[in-house]
Design a protein around this ligand. Structure first.
Ligand code: AMP
Ligand code: MG
Length: 522
């Protein structure tokens, strides 16, 4: 028996908030409750593929190899004292109110007390719940690999995120129609045990607001403040407002970090917005390769591209507006809420400029910074330049001979040399200005480069990399999962032996399903 039995279970969510009186998994509207008790569906023959040593350590788990650990993280067995449940929430999907959603394929198994506060353990893909809405409650290996690798990679990038403890195969098969075109096929089923100090989403508040259930709205807000925002003090009108303000600040910092590294979430519905400002629900996410603000990896959003890279900050603000509407009955002060939303806009803009300049190694501001940054992103877009490579390679530019720089940038572009030549005309002026700005700064070159490398990751989980790991895992080889997991633990380090992952997307991945396009069912 592993040490996991020594974990201290401390279920605050289920003991302090109202439960759905029905304990069955049939589909239903759940009113007046924050969650429904459910049991994970036992699986045929679970096996552990990978576990995160860092996350295990945070939780105080020292043995992830035991059958006991596997039983818990694959949903086979409830440990004494564990009472699994699915959370009830609603949400705005693609701009429209969608009503009740809830944990349709996620089951919380326990809240574990640790030195860094309580952590929730949640199994994604462990079977049906009252919120499964006709679907199977299961997850396939490919999407589970993507969530598992990305949550931990995001953490190591220093970006606020839910975490992942383990990735297991269930031993069962799951039927999926990847392209929604009638060609369903069986795939391997898997479960990720994910973890967070809270899985509460904007949608948990919205559902009570939609029922005009102020009692439960207040109960949930009070619980969240006392549990996750205790520094704000005992709940009151003023404290609810401060709470909203802090959620807005955290969400703003999260999206600023996404823009810094080129992460595109893909499904920023309000049910996928964490009340702690954590990146949550890794589905059809992707990484910008050729810089294109209009890009989204999500085929479900191909028409309107609501969740494209360049729109993410505005969407966070839109989502915060929905949260403001939901908790309005607790605050009843429109100007105060609006002031917070307005501040988001102005602060984000100035933080974005500072962040972009820092990526360039410029640490003082000038009046025309917005224009200087716009010209840069416009050049990157026009010459289809790889975002990660461009920023990381910037330290190679020799500030005394800016003219050679064009050749360097060309190697990071997806265009043919001829097309690059044709479209690169505006780079020269920008590069000259850049050289001037860098020279006038008072950082030494070494110091400037160190600062740049600390915020411009060298290694990110490019879409094709996850795809390569998935293809070999499908054949039973999990070594690339571990290789990428280890690589992405030091995303800002040079790691010369891993140089092969510091390269443009290979051309075979250009139009491949799973590399350039993903659907919500991912
Ligand atoms: P997502 O876009 O992945 O955040 O999911 C949106 C909603 O659909 C959530 O309520 C999920 O729980 C639910 N959902 C997605 N996939 C499944 C599935 N395979 N089985 C049950 N519910 C699902
Ligand atoms: Mg979701």
């Amino acid at each position: 028996m592993g040490k996991i039995q020594n974990l201290k279970i401390d279920d605050t969510f289920t003991t302090q908030l109202p439960a759905d009186p029905i304990e069955a998994d049939h589909q239903r509207q759940v009113k007046g409750a924050c969650f429904s008790f459910v049991s994970p569906t036992p699986t045929n023959n679970p096996t552990l593929i990978h576990s995160s040593a860092e996350m295990a350590e945070t939780l105080g788990i020292d043995n992830t190899d035991s059958p006991h650990f596997l039983n818990i993280v694959s949903g086979q067995k409830n440990v004494e004292g564990m009472r699994p449940y699915a959370m009830c929430y609603g949400g705005h999907q693609f701009g429209n109110w969608a009503g009740q959603l809830g944990d349709g394929r996620a089951i919380n198994i326990a809240e574990v007390e640790t030195k860094s506060g309580n952590w929730f353990l949640q199994l994604k893909g462990a079977g049906r719940t009252p919120y499964s809405r006709g679907a199977d409650g299961l997850a396939v290996l490919r999407s589970s690999i993507r969530e598992y690798l990305m949550s931990e990679a995001m953490f190591h990038l220093g970006i606020s995120t839910t975490r992942a403890l383990s990735l297991s195969l269930t031993g069962d098969e799951v039927l999926r129609d990847v392209l929604y075109n009638g060609n369903a096929a069986y795939e391997k089923g898997a479960v990720v045990c994910r973890t967070a100090p809270s899985f509460i989403r904007f949608g948990n508040f919205e559902i009570f607001a939609s029922w005009q259930d102020k009692v439960n709205l207040k109960g949930l807000a009070d619980y969240t403040i006392r549990t996750n925002y205790p520094h704000l003090g005992e709940p009151s009108k003023e404290v609810y407002l401060q709470f909203f303000k802090e959620v807005a600040v955290r969400s703003r910092k999260m999206v600023l970090d996404w823009q810094r590294v080129g992460f595109v979430h893909g499904v920023m519905n309000t049910d996928n917005m964490s009340i702690l400002g954590l990146t949550i629900d890794y589905g059809p996410y992707g990484w910008l390769e050729n810089y294109d603000p209009g890009w989204t990896p999500n085929t479900t959003d191909a028409q309107h591209k609501r969740y494209r890279y360049g729109n993410q900050p505005s969407v966070v603000l839109w989502n915060l507006t929905q949260l403001a509407n939901a908790i309005y009955p607790l605050i009843e002060d429109v100007p105060a809420l609006e002031a917070i939303l307005d501040e988001f806009k102005t602060t984000y803009q100035s933080e974005y400029e500072t962040m972009m300049l820092s990526k360039l190694g410029i640490f003082d501001s000038q009046a025309d910074d917005a224009n200087f940054i716009n010209q840069l992103t416009e050049n990157l877009r026009r010459t289809e330049t790889d975002m990660t490579l461009f920023f990381r390679n910037l330290t190679k530019l020799n500030s005394t001979a800016p003219i050679d720089h064009l050749a360097l940038i060309q190697t990071d572009s997806y265009l043919s040399p001829e097309d690059f030549e044709r479209k690169a005309f505006q780079w020269k002026a920008w590069l000259n200005e850049y050289a001037t700005r860098v020279k006038s700064g008072n950082n030494s070159e070494t110091n400037r480069h160190a600062k740049m490398n600390a915020i411009n990751p060298k290694y990110v989980l490019r879409n094709y990399m996850a795809h390569v790991a998935i293809e070999s895992a499908d054949k039973g080889d999990y070594s690339i999962i571990d290789e990428l997991f280890q690589l992405l633990k030091q995303p800002y380090d040079e790691q010369p032996k891993n140089q092969k992952w510091f390269t443009k997307r290979p051309s075979w991945a250009d139009e491949k399903v799973g590399c350039s396009m993903l659907s919500c069912s991912s």
